[in-house]
Design a protein around this ligand. Structure first.
Ligand SMILES: [Zn+2]
Length: 229
Protein backbone atom coordinates (compact mmCIF):
# COMPACT_ATOMS: atom_id res chain seq x y z
CA UNK A 1 0.00 0.00 0.00
CA UNK A 2 1.23 3.50 -0.78
CA UNK A 3 2.61 5.44 2.14
CA UNK A 4 0.19 8.33 2.85
CA UNK A 5 -0.82 10.51 5.78
CA UNK A 6 -3.87 8.34 6.19
CA UNK A 7 -1.93 5.20 7.00
CA UNK A 8 1.31 6.59 8.44
CA UNK A 9 1.59 5.45 12.08
CA UNK A 10 3.69 8.50 12.99
CA UNK A 11 1.00 10.87 11.71
CA UNK A 12 -1.64 9.01 13.75
CA UNK A 13 0.40 9.19 16.95
CA UNK A 14 1.01 12.90 16.40
CA UNK A 15 -2.76 13.49 16.06
CA UNK A 16 -3.25 11.54 19.30
CA UNK A 17 -0.71 13.81 21.00
CA UNK A 18 -2.65 16.92 19.92
CA UNK A 19 -5.89 15.45 21.27
CA UNK A 20 -4.26 14.26 24.51
CA UNK A 21 -4.72 16.23 27.71
CA UNK A 22 -1.13 17.47 27.36
CA UNK A 23 -2.17 19.68 24.44
CA UNK A 24 -5.96 19.49 24.57
CA UNK A 25 -6.85 20.45 21.00
CA UNK A 26 -10.67 20.27 20.97
CA UNK A 27 -12.70 18.24 18.49
CA UNK A 28 -13.51 20.39 15.51
CA UNK A 29 -10.35 22.50 15.61
CA UNK A 30 -8.60 20.30 13.04
CA UNK A 31 -9.97 19.25 9.69
CA UNK A 32 -10.87 15.60 9.84
CA UNK A 33 -10.21 15.11 6.11
CA UNK A 34 -6.65 13.76 6.03
CA UNK A 35 -6.13 14.96 2.45
CA UNK A 36 -5.46 18.43 3.88
CA UNK A 37 -2.81 17.10 6.27
CA UNK A 38 0.77 16.34 5.41
CA UNK A 39 3.29 14.03 7.00
CA UNK A 40 6.93 15.00 6.68
CA UNK A 41 8.32 11.95 8.44
CA UNK A 42 11.27 10.42 6.62
CA UNK A 43 9.21 7.56 5.24
CA UNK A 44 6.38 9.71 3.84
CA UNK A 45 8.78 12.33 2.49
CA UNK A 46 10.94 9.74 0.72
CA UNK A 47 7.87 8.00 -0.67
CA UNK A 48 6.69 11.25 -2.28
CA UNK A 49 10.16 11.89 -3.65
CA UNK A 50 9.84 15.60 -2.84
CA UNK A 51 12.72 18.03 -2.76
CA UNK A 52 13.39 19.76 0.55
CA UNK A 53 13.45 23.35 -0.67
CA UNK A 54 10.90 25.23 -2.80
CA UNK A 55 10.48 28.88 -3.82
CA UNK A 56 7.29 30.44 -2.41
CA UNK A 57 5.56 33.79 -2.83
CA UNK A 58 6.25 37.05 -4.62
CA UNK A 59 9.11 37.83 -4.51
CA UNK A 60 10.15 34.15 -4.30
CA UNK A 61 11.53 33.22 -0.90
CA UNK A 62 12.87 29.89 0.27
CA UNK A 63 10.40 27.44 1.78
CA UNK A 64 12.22 24.57 3.47
CA UNK A 65 9.90 21.66 4.29
CA UNK A 66 9.50 20.85 7.99
CA UNK A 67 11.06 17.40 7.72
CA UNK A 68 10.43 15.17 10.73
CA UNK A 69 7.15 16.93 11.58
CA UNK A 70 3.51 16.02 10.90
CA UNK A 71 1.19 18.81 9.78
CA UNK A 72 -2.50 19.11 10.63
CA UNK A 73 -4.77 21.44 8.75
CA UNK A 74 -6.70 23.97 10.84
CA UNK A 75 -10.42 24.44 10.44
CA UNK A 76 -10.19 28.15 11.35
CA UNK A 77 -8.78 28.86 7.90
CA UNK A 78 -11.23 30.86 5.78
CA UNK A 79 -11.65 29.67 2.21
CA UNK A 80 -10.61 32.92 0.57
CA UNK A 81 -7.27 32.73 2.33
CA UNK A 82 -6.26 29.77 0.19
CA UNK A 83 -5.97 32.10 -2.79
CA UNK A 84 -3.39 34.14 -0.88
CA UNK A 85 -1.10 31.21 -0.39
CA UNK A 86 0.52 31.29 -3.78
CA UNK A 87 1.76 34.87 -3.32
CA UNK A 88 2.74 34.81 0.37
CA UNK A 89 5.79 33.51 2.19
CA UNK A 90 5.85 30.47 4.49
CA UNK A 91 7.20 30.56 8.03
CA UNK A 92 6.97 28.78 11.38
CA UNK A 93 6.14 29.81 14.91
CA UNK A 94 7.28 27.48 17.69
CA UNK A 95 5.37 27.66 20.93
CA UNK A 96 4.65 25.93 24.22
CA UNK A 97 2.05 23.14 24.18
CA UNK A 98 -0.11 25.10 26.64
CA UNK A 99 -0.26 28.04 24.20
CA UNK A 100 -1.79 25.97 21.37
CA UNK A 101 -5.41 26.20 22.50
CA UNK A 102 -5.28 29.95 23.34
CA UNK A 103 -3.79 30.63 19.89
CA UNK A 104 -6.45 28.48 18.20
CA UNK A 105 -9.15 30.32 20.18
CA UNK A 106 -7.78 33.68 19.05
CA UNK A 107 -7.41 32.41 15.46
CA UNK A 108 -4.12 34.24 15.07
CA UNK A 109 -0.70 34.72 16.60
CA UNK A 110 -0.69 37.40 19.25
CA UNK A 111 1.90 39.93 20.31
CA UNK A 112 3.26 39.64 23.85
CA UNK A 113 1.00 41.65 26.23
CA UNK A 114 -2.06 41.18 24.01
CA UNK A 115 -5.02 40.13 26.06
CA UNK A 116 -6.24 36.74 24.90
CA UNK A 117 -9.81 35.48 25.06
CA UNK A 118 -10.74 35.05 28.70
CA UNK A 119 -8.73 38.07 29.75
CA UNK A 120 -5.35 36.52 30.50
CA UNK A 121 -2.43 38.61 29.39
CA UNK A 122 0.01 36.82 27.13
CA UNK A 123 3.25 37.25 29.05
CA UNK A 124 6.67 37.16 27.48
CA UNK A 125 8.67 34.08 28.14
CA UNK A 126 11.53 34.04 30.63
CA UNK A 127 14.90 33.84 28.92
CA UNK A 128 13.72 35.75 25.86
CA UNK A 129 14.34 39.40 25.30
CA UNK A 130 11.67 41.53 26.91
CA UNK A 131 11.13 45.25 27.37
CA UNK A 132 13.61 45.30 30.27
CA UNK A 133 16.27 43.03 28.79
CA UNK A 134 16.92 43.61 25.11
CA UNK A 135 19.35 45.22 22.70
CA UNK A 136 18.65 48.95 22.31
CA UNK A 137 15.98 49.75 19.71
CA UNK A 138 14.73 46.17 19.68
CA UNK A 139 10.94 46.10 19.89
CA UNK A 140 9.87 42.83 21.49
CA UNK A 141 6.14 43.61 21.24
CA UNK A 142 5.75 42.08 17.80
CA UNK A 143 4.87 38.77 16.23
CA UNK A 144 7.94 36.64 15.60
CA UNK A 145 8.14 33.82 13.09
CA UNK A 146 11.03 32.09 11.35
CA UNK A 147 11.57 30.63 7.89
CA UNK A 148 13.62 27.88 9.59
CA UNK A 149 11.96 24.95 11.32
CA UNK A 150 15.40 24.07 12.74
CA UNK A 151 15.50 27.42 14.54
CA UNK A 152 11.91 27.07 15.75
CA UNK A 153 12.71 23.58 16.99
CA UNK A 154 15.23 24.89 19.51
CA UNK A 155 14.26 24.56 23.16
CA UNK A 156 13.71 28.32 23.42
CA UNK A 157 10.63 28.22 21.15
CA UNK A 158 9.04 24.81 20.59
CA UNK A 159 10.07 23.64 24.06
CA UNK A 160 9.57 19.86 24.32
CA UNK A 161 7.42 18.16 26.91
CA UNK A 162 7.35 14.55 27.95
CA UNK A 163 4.35 12.45 26.86
CA UNK A 164 3.51 8.82 27.59
CA UNK A 165 1.52 7.05 24.87
CA UNK A 166 0.53 3.61 26.09
CA UNK A 167 3.92 2.95 27.66
CA UNK A 168 6.05 4.60 24.97
CA UNK A 169 7.64 7.86 26.08
CA UNK A 170 8.07 10.74 23.67
CA UNK A 171 9.41 14.25 23.70
CA UNK A 172 6.69 16.29 21.99
CA UNK A 173 7.00 19.67 20.31
CA UNK A 174 4.48 21.92 18.58
CA UNK A 175 4.72 24.77 16.10
CA UNK A 176 2.37 26.64 13.79
CA UNK A 177 2.96 26.87 10.07
CA UNK A 178 1.91 30.28 8.77
CA UNK A 179 1.63 32.35 5.61
CA UNK A 180 3.18 35.80 5.88
CA UNK A 181 2.38 38.72 3.61
CA UNK A 182 5.53 39.75 1.70
CA UNK A 183 6.57 43.28 2.60
CA UNK A 184 4.83 43.21 5.99
CA UNK A 185 7.80 42.03 8.01
CA UNK A 186 11.39 42.87 8.85
CA UNK A 187 14.20 40.31 8.99
CA UNK A 188 16.62 39.99 11.89
CA UNK A 189 19.23 37.71 13.46
CA UNK A 190 18.73 34.77 15.76
CA UNK A 191 18.36 35.78 19.42
CA UNK A 192 19.20 32.55 21.22
CA UNK A 193 22.92 33.20 21.53
CA UNK A 194 23.96 30.63 18.93
CA UNK A 195 27.52 30.83 17.64
CA UNK A 196 27.38 27.92 15.16
CA UNK A 197 25.18 27.93 12.04
CA UNK A 198 21.66 26.80 12.99
CA UNK A 199 20.26 25.91 9.56
CA UNK A 200 22.36 25.30 6.44
CA UNK A 201 19.60 26.90 4.33
CA UNK A 202 19.57 30.25 6.20
CA UNK A 203 22.13 32.70 7.49
CA UNK A 204 22.01 33.11 11.31
CA UNK A 205 21.44 36.83 10.72
CA UNK A 206 18.17 36.18 8.86
CA UNK A 207 16.36 33.73 11.11
CA UNK A 208 13.69 35.98 12.59
CA UNK A 209 10.88 37.69 10.70
CA UNK A 210 8.85 40.15 12.76
CA UNK A 211 5.83 42.34 12.25
CA UNK A 212 3.26 44.33 14.19
CA UNK A 213 0.67 43.65 11.49
CA UNK A 214 -1.31 40.76 12.98
CA UNK A 215 -3.49 40.02 9.89
CA UNK A 216 -0.30 39.67 7.82
CA UNK A 217 0.37 36.34 9.54
CA UNK A 218 -2.20 33.62 8.78
CA UNK A 219 -2.20 30.30 10.63
CA UNK A 220 -2.73 27.36 8.32
CA UNK A 221 -1.19 24.31 9.93
CA UNK A 222 -0.35 22.89 13.32
CA UNK A 223 2.90 20.93 13.35
CA UNK A 224 3.91 18.19 15.74
CA UNK A 225 7.25 16.48 16.24
CA UNK A 226 7.64 13.45 18.47
CA UNK A 227 10.98 11.92 19.42
CA UNK A 228 11.23 8.62 21.30
CA UNK A 229 12.82 9.05 24.71
ZN1 LIG B 1 4.65 9.82 7.84
Amino acid sequence: MAQTNANCPYHKICRRFLKSEKVGVPDGALREDLRYDMCYCEKCHNHRGDREVYPRGIPPTKYVLPLGWARFSLRILKHKLYSLAKDWHVAFHGTLVEKVVPILDAGMLLCPEDVILGGEELSQRPGHFDEHRKPSNFDTLQIFVSPSIKYVESRAYASPISWNDGGTRYQGRVAFQVWVRPGSYDVGPQTIGATDPIDPEFDNDKLEWFTKERPAVVLYGLLVKLDRQ
